[in-house]
Design a protein around this ligand. Structure first.
Ligand SMILES: Cc1cc2nc3c(=O)[nH]c(=O)nc-3n(C[C@H](O)[C@H](O)[C@H](O)COP(=O)(O)O)c2cc1C
Length: 362
């Protein structure tokens, strides 16, 4: 029996600039809250990402990395703003590359969701870490809190310029660290999404009001990152297709944003939704492949490659989605937490895909 019989359309390579991703089943960024206060990756990150590389994920998008000390969500976030961090990240990127996967990293500014407790800190104590407890004053598009978190300070023009510079520095640091892809986090209610979305952005200056104004910061960041990251490497944006709420971002507006990103030279839209306000209606519905149709519409409207994330828990479904042309790749989140070998499961006889150390088990 030929190994080819086990290889579906999701296993074909995808080239973006000079980066050839070996196949279309990718690891979605998932924060581990396992870094030290210096923001450097630890043994946990090497084993965690290393296992998914051994498990054959085509591209590994390392979790949200803060673009500066002021931009961390928690005190245990990874960071990507200095050379020491870049050196520490090299252990991850070289292992991932050795296994034939592509190392990518997500760049994030936390905005009003910053200065937060680790998620597993007990109920009643979870939430913001105030300045008196060693936390910091966060910035947001406006001084409007997310749920019961501490209110941010509305970013002034100096803060906005600093954010743009911090993303550009993070892109340069990511290059030094050996990443072949960077992803700008413009979703899930973090700073760039806060500027994009009316429920979080009440500004009356050139960064608020019209869609063009609300997109201004994210587009400045996209341009700065594209310029700072080598031309042969790829830049993705994690984009919100809809906020799911009245007065929030709609698909039409997401398409406008996507077209502007295409003009900046972004290579791929990683399509997700929701989470800009703390409201159960603002969460993506529980539904298999929940963002696939949005991704397909964004692909049509922008001409960019797209990935869909969310509730794709079956490799056969991944194959169907890629074969249908609606998406170019799938981002897998929680299924890869449950099973690091998710991408290899359908290929028990594909000797070449499995590490040679494990082949006697096949
Ligand atoms: C533990 C955990 C951490 C996450 N951290 C991030 C993150 O750092 N950046 C991000 O964009 N999304 C993050 N997400 C969202 C996932 O990337 C993904 O979009 C979501 O889990 C839906 O995909 P799934 O149904 O395949 O899990 C996280 C999700 C989980 C479960």
């Amino acid at each position: 029996m030929s190994s080819q019989e086990f290889i579906g359309p999701e296993m074909s390579p995808l080239r973006l600039r000079d980066v050839t991703v070996p196949h279309r089943v990718w690891m979605s960024p998932m924060a581990q809250y396992a870094a030290g206060s210096d923001g450097k990756p630890t043994d946990w990150h090497l084993v965690h990402y290393g296992s998914r590389a051994v498990g054959g994920a085509g591209l590994i998008m390392v979790e949200a990395n803060a673009v500066g000390a002021l931009h961390r969500t928690t005190s245990a976030d990874l960071g990507i703003w200095n050379e020491e961090q870049a050196t520490a990240h090299r252990r991850l990127t070289s292992f991932i590359r050795e296994r034939g996967s592509i190392p990518g990293v997500q760049l994030q500014a936390a905005g009003r969701k910053g200065s937060h407790q680790l998620p597993w800190v007990g109920e009643g104590q979870n939430g913001s870490v105030g300045v008196a407890e060693g936390g910091r004053q966060t910035i947001g598009a406006s001084a409007v809190p997310f749920g019961d978190l501490n209110a941010p300070r509305a970013a002034d023009h100096a803060d906005i310029d600093e954010v743009v510079d911090a993303f550009a520095r993070a892109a340069r640091t990511a290059h030094l660290a050996g990443y072949q892809v960077v992803e700008i986090q413009a979703s899930h209610g973090y700073l760039l999404h806060e500027f994009l979305s009316p429920p979080a952005n009440h500004r009356t200056d050139e960064y608020g009001g019209s869609p063009q104004n609300r997109m201004r910061l994210a587009l400045r960041v996209a341009r700065a990152v594209r310029e700072a990251f080598p031309a042969e490497k790829a830049v993705f944006v994690r984009i919100t297709a809809t906020d799911w709420i009245e007065g929030g971002i709609s698909l039409d507006e997401a398409m406008m944003f996507g077209k502007e990103l295409a003009a900046v030279g972004i290579d791929l839209l990683d399509v997700t939704s929701g989470l800009v306000v703390r409201d159960t209606h603002a969460r993506p519905p529980t539904q298999q492949g929940v963002h696939v149709e949005f991704a397909a519409m964004l692909k049509n409207a922008t001409g960019l490659a797209v990935a869909s994330v969310g509730q794709i828990d079956d490799l056969s479904l991944a194959g169907e989605l890629v074969a249908s042309g609606r998406v170019d790749a799938v981002m897998i989140g929680r299924p890869l937490l449950r099973d690091p070998y998710f991408a290899l499961r359908k290929r028990p006889k594909d000797q070449a895909a499995w590490p040679r150390q494990y082949r006697r088990a096949l």
